[in-house]
Design a protein around this ligand. Structure first.
Ligand code: BTN
Length: 255
């Protein structure tokens, strides 16, 4: 079996503004190879989706960026990278649940790439792709996973592995497991295996159930059904019509 590519190049930083920003800078300098992992024990300016700030407990949580360099991925198919990242994080959380004797059913992927436990967010993923012509040249997958943080309790919308399983987790072991799962999904992505899209759809939060959205800024109710190859959410409205929406038009209503 080929050696694991994810994590072969490993950069560990005590503190950095953002691992995603650091990765982008190092990529521009051509210092990173496919599979490079940048781990920071503290981020001073972590970035989230839609320009939001990502806060994590220094020394408590996992903040890391992973560099992927697809061989021949067309821009139109780049959503599979977000799917594989969410699946890998899901698997790590689900494994921790299994080890704690907990059911994994509540661990779901909320489109486009949050990992939730019921309605509580345990991980956020921020992806930035570098495109040359029609091909994705590189991808920085930034992953924030709440591991040992217990300071989230006041905020009932967030949770951590520790809060859910009732025990502390070794962040190094969590990162190892994450690299293993990323590698497994990466192999399927490279093989263009439809299992990636299928697994993602099967784990979709609120799939088949009516959920509240904002569509072009207006309230909208619909049932998430699937996510297409372009990463658009297929939503069925009250009349049974299914339409595909991208993140620029559709978002889940704030909880
Ligand atoms: C979200 O808003 O849900 C996405 C959060 C992504 C956070 C991670 S932490 C590691 C990487 N570096 C960043 O600045 N952001 C991502």
């Amino acid at each position: 079996m080929a050696p694991r590519s994810i994590g072969q190049q490993f950069i560990e930083l005590a503190s950095v503004d953002s691992t995603n920003k650091y990765a982008a800078e190092q990529l521009a300098l051509r210092k990173l190879r496919h599979g490079a992992v940048i781990l920071a024990h503290e981020q001073t300016a972590g970035r989230g989706q839609r320009g939001r700030v990502w806060r994590s407990g220094g020394g408590l949580d996992l903040t890391a960026s992973v560099v992927l360099m697809p061989q021949r991925m067309r821009v139109a198919g780049q959503a599979v990278l977000a799917k594989m990242a969410a699946l890998a994080v899901h698997d790590v959380v689900a494994d921790a649940f299994r080890q704690a004797g907990l059911a994994t059913g509540p661990v779901r992927i909320k489109w486009p790439n949050d990992v939730l436990v019921d309605r509580r967010k345990i991980s956020g993923i921020l992806i930035k792709n570098e495109v040359v012509g029609t091909l994705v040249q590189s991808c920085v997958v930034g992953i924030g996973l709440n591991v040992n943080n217990t300071d989230l309790e006041a905020d009932i919308q967030a949770t951590s592995l520790r809060l859910e399983t009732g025990r502390e987790h070794d962040r190094r072991a969590v990162l190892e497991a994450l690299c293993d799962r990323l590698e497994a999904w990466w192999q399927r992505v490279e093989a263009e295996d439809p299992a990636v899209g299928q697994a993602y759809a099967d784990l979709l939060w609120s799939r088949g159930r009516f959920a509240e959205f904002q569509l072009d800024g207006e309230p909208f109710t619909g049932r998430p059904m699937d996510v297409d190859e372009e990463g658009r959410l297929l939503v069925e409205d009250g009349e049974g019509r299914v339409q595909a929406y991208g993140t620029e038009r559709l978002r889940f209503a704030p909880r």
